[in-house]
Design a binder for this molecule. Structure first.
Ligand SMILES: [Zn+2]
Length: 118
C-alpha cells in the first residue's frame, strides 16, 4: 500500500531557509542572537511538525473494492448459534462476528470465485 505523500518541492525548503536566515538576522540585531536562534529553531520545528500533521490529515484510505460474489454460494455461519449469512457483495475484510465469535466462511454450491475471497 502506497500511503506516502509526495515530497515537498526543493524550492520550498530553500525558500524557508532564506526566510529563517532573514528573520534570524533581523531578530538577532533587535533581541540578541541567542534568542533569535532559539526562536528560529522553534519556528522550523513547529512548522515542520504542523505541515506533516496537515499532510497526514489530508490523506485518507482508498475505498475498498467491492465485488459481487452472489453466484459463488458463500455463507458465513455462526458456530455458536447457527445463524447463517449469505454473502452477496464482498470486500477484503474481516469475517463478521456473532455471539462474540468470528463467523465461519463456508461454500454451498455455486461457482468457485475467480479470486480468493477472504
Ligand atoms: Zn451467533
Amino acid at each position: 500500500m502506497d500511503n506516502q505523500a509526495p515530497p515537498a518541492p526543493r524550492w520550498a525548503g530553500v525558500g524557508l531557509l532564506v526566510i529563517v536566515l532573514g528573520v534570524f538576522v533581523g531578530l538577532g540585531m533587535a533581541f540578541g542572537f541567542l534568542r533569535a536562534a532559539i526562536a528560529c529553531v522553534m519556528f522550523v520545528v513547529i512548522s515542520l511538525f504542523g505541515s506533516r500533521q496537515v499532510r497526514s490529515m489530508m490523506r485518507f484510505p482508498p475505498d475498498p473494492e467491492i465485488a459481487d460474489v452472489s453466484d459463488y454460494g458463500l455463507r458465513y455461519v455462526c458456530t455458536m448459534c447457527g445463524l447463517e449469512l449469505k454473502i452477496e457483495k464482498a470486500a477484503k475484510d474481516k469475517a463478521p462476528t456473532h455471539c462474540m465469535e468470528p463467523m465461519m466462511l463456508i461454500r454451498t454450491g455455486g461457482r468457485p470465485p475467480l479470486t480468493p475471497v477472504d
